[in-house]
Ligand binder design. Structure first.
Ligand code: ADP
Length: 474
């Protein structure tokens, strides 16, 4: 390190201070006549020279040590000072060096700690906002930024959340020092519903944080609650209609038509029809909940779909004949087994073929194709890799009905959704057939696709993982 320039004045003053006691003693000795003027002059010169030498070392080294301390405060690798070797100055320099290193180490630890805290805060999946006591934003984490954008630090909370209820709740929390909560709806880009909670923080020195806001996303829970209540309302409605007509027939048979033989026969047939409808609904509801119960595990039996299809078609033969329809089969000769649950796959085929008969035009054929495909559809790739399968078996059920308009197709698998409710009810539909199909397909980690052309007909296509083929013994 270049030697700092030492002001001459400081050396002179120090030299005088060093030489003063000697000079005073010499003058006193001369005054007492002990020292001749010649020796006084010699002694004075010696004192002055000695004072000058000591002062230059003292002032020079101390100035260099001070400059070193100053340089260290700005740069950790400041070059050490070039000292004369005077011990106190050398010790002082190394003391300053040690203090400086320790200070830097602690500063680094503090910075690491703050970075770690910021990383945890930022990485938490729950949206969090840190405010000071005047509702200014000190920090917001990534989850919050994704939700409300990126208000610059120091901006007011009202710039990010405009809901006056939330701002009032935050102010109340700051005023009373007690946790508080309210609700917040965010509509952009899709509507989401949150519980927003404010927790006052212990007063502390530092960043001035006074309050932590946490948002809890209740959208899914709300949606599930809504679905559950819609479902109950739908089921009650579906059951009430046939029940009401049953009650009506019973009252008529007990009253006006009591002795009317012909009316009794007719009403009993209608009653059997309504009771059958209620029975089918209950049966479908039970199937749906049974599938939902096991939906998280993939079924692993090896199912012979061609054989299953044979028995399903046999069961539907009468229904098809009643509409003058034939059910055609197109089955690959070497169709492999599929990984699945036999009963559920029978139900899937039944629901799809039953719909094709119900919604197909009388006198037209219904075609059911079973094909092996080596190419695994992208959405099934992960499940296929897990099960080590080499392809899929595709089921295709085609009818020549009126078809379904494109806008209805995405909703067909919702429970109780029908394109034409009256028609569905009139032909004995429960509105649950395709919802059951969707759940069976999901349980099998398969893929359901619906294609339809108005006036021409519809094709319901299901891809299922083929069972891995056993190697034949060599
Ligand atoms: P539903 O008991 O009413 O048949 P589904 O869940 O099986 O209930 O089907 C839902 C709706 O999808 C039906 O009401 C009907 O509007 C429509 N749909 C299903 N299959 C077909 C098809 N093959 N052709 C035309 N529309 C169909």
């Amino acid at each position: 390190m270049a030697k700092p320039t030492v002001p001459l004045k400081r050396i002179v003053v120090t030299a005088l201070a060093v030489a003063a006691p000697g000079l005073v003693t010499l003058v006193a000795l001369a005054a007492l006549g002990i020292l001749s003027p010649k020796w006084l002059a010699l002694g004075a010169v010696l004192c002055a020279v000695l004072g000058w030498v000591v002062a230059s070392i003292l002032v020079g080294d101390l100035t260099a040590v001070a400059a070193y301390g100053d340089a260290l405060s700005r740069h950790p690798d400041a070059t050490e000072p070039d000292l004369t070797g005077w011990d106190p100055a050398t010790n002082l320099a190394s003391l300053i060096r040690r203090f400086s290193r320790e200070a830097r180490r602690r500063e680094q630890m503090l910075r690491d700690g703050m970075n770690a805290r910021q990383m945890v805060f930022d990485g938490l999946p729950q949206p969090l906002i840190l405010l000071d006591d005047s509702q200014k934003i000190l920090n917001i984490n990534r989850a919050t930024r994704e939700l409300i954008g990126n208000p610059p630090p120091g901006s007011d909370l009202s710039a990010a959340i405009r809901d006056p209820r939330v701002l009032q709740m935050v102010q109340d929390t700051l005023d009373k020092g007690e946790p508080n909560a309210t609700h917040l709806t965010i509509s952009d880009p899709v509507e989401r519903y949150f519980s927003i909670q404010a927790v006052p923080l212990e007063p502390h020195e530092g960043d001035g944080a006074a309050l932590l806001i946490a948002l809890f996303d209740l959208t899914e829970r709300r949606r599930a609650e809504q679905m559950r209540s819609d479902f109950i309302a739908n089921v009650s409605h579906e059951l009430r209609t046939p029940l009401a007509s049953l009650i009506g027939f019973i009252e008529t048979l007990q009253g006006a038509a009591k002795d009317d033989e012909e009316a009794r026969e007719r009403f009993l047939a209608l009653m059997a029809d309504q009771a059958g409808r209620m029975g089918r609904l209950v049966q479908d509801l039970l199937s749906l909940s049974a599938i939902e119960l096991v939906e998280h595990t993939r079924p692993e039996d090896h199912v012979d779909l061609a054989a299953t299809l044979g028995s399903v078609i046999a069961g539907l033969q009468l229904e098809a004949e009643a509409k003058d329809m034939v059910i055609r089969r197109e089955i690959d000769p070497d169709l492999p087994m599929v990984l699945g649950n036999g009963d559920q796959l029978a139900q899937l085929l039944l629901n799809l073929i039953d719909n094709a008969i119900k919604y197909g035009r009388a006198g037209t054929p219904v075609t059911v194709a079973l094909r092996f495909e080596r190419e695994i559809p992208v959405p099934l790739a992960d499940a296929a890799a897990l099960a080590a399968v080499s392809g899929v078996v595709r089921i295709e059920v085609r009818d020549q009905g009126e078809g379904i308009a494109a806008e209805y197709i995405p909703r067909l698998t919702e429970r109780f959704y029908r394109v034409d409710t009256a028609r569905s009810r009139a032909i004995g539909g429960t509105g649950l057939g395709l919802a059951i199909v969707k759940h069976i397909v999901a349980h099998h980690r398969g893929l359901l696709e619906i294609k339809s052309t108005l006036g021409e007909g519809s094709t319901f296509s299901v891809a299922l993982l083929a069972a891995p083929q056993e190697k034949r013994p060599e």
